[in-house]
Design a protein. Structure first.
Length: 211
């Protein structure tokens, strides 16, 4: 009956080894099965699952919490009830490139408008965040949106005095003659800012694209 001893029986040895491997893997399996959901994690740290929190944490640059809120069911285009700004507006205005990229990846409306008609691109221009402006333009942001109560992207760039942004927007086909919602044109804005270098840029663009 030597063939029945567990020490020398190959089948018994394999079974024993397999059982040991399964037991060793059990702790990892238990961790995966008991990982709290996004809702549970947010509840534990007392964060409400409401649009205001998504826009708040996008403004703060907290990518982990932004992801949790979206995983918990908030729409990526959720806006705060007062300013009507989305998470993409706030991340763009505060210069959080990783969050901007993540929101766009999740389908955020790149041309969403807040209560003034401002888009994320205009918000980024106002704040002078060149890398955000470049990222939004590369993803197809409309450079010629005319807000009801705010300047266009080009006029905002002129008002901030950042020549690099003016050049970037003109290269992206911003219309050099297009007025904003109150009738101000890029050229009048440049003259008002007494920026002769920017006036020269706008005049050169107008000679090529008068409309």
């Amino acid at each position: 009956m030597a063939v029945m001893t567990t020490r020398n029986h190959p089948v018994r040895c394999i079974s024993k080894t397999l059982a040991m491997l399964i037991v060793a893997a059990l702790p990892g399996l238990c961790v995966a099965q008991t990982k709290p959901s996004a809702v549970e994690q947010l509840t534990k740290i007392r964060i409400e699952i409401i649009p205001e929190r998504l826009t708040q944490y996008a403004a703060q640059g907290d990518l982990v919490t932004v992801n949790l809120l979206i995983d918990a069911g908030l729409r990526v285009n959720s806006a705060d009830p007062i300013r009507k700004a989305t998470a993409l507006h706030n991340a763009s205005a505060q210069g959080h490139l990783r969050i901007v990229a993540r929101l766009l990846e999740l389908g955020a409306d790149i041309d969403a408008r807040d209560w003034h008609g401002v888009t994320p691109l205009i918000a980024a221009v106002y704040a002078g965040h060149t890398s955000i402006v470049q990222a939004l333009l590369q993803k197809g942001a409309d450079v010629n949106v005319v807000p009801e109560k705010a300047p266009t992207a080009l006029i905002a760039a002129i008002q901030t005095g950042k020549l690099a942004l003016v050049d970037m927007l003109l290269a992206a086909n911003a219309k050099p003659a297009m007025p904003d919602g109150v009738g101000q044109t890029p050229l009048s804005a440049a003259k008002l800012a007494t920026r002769h270098d920017i006036v020269g840029r706008i005049e050169a663009a107008l000679s090529l694209r008068p409309q």
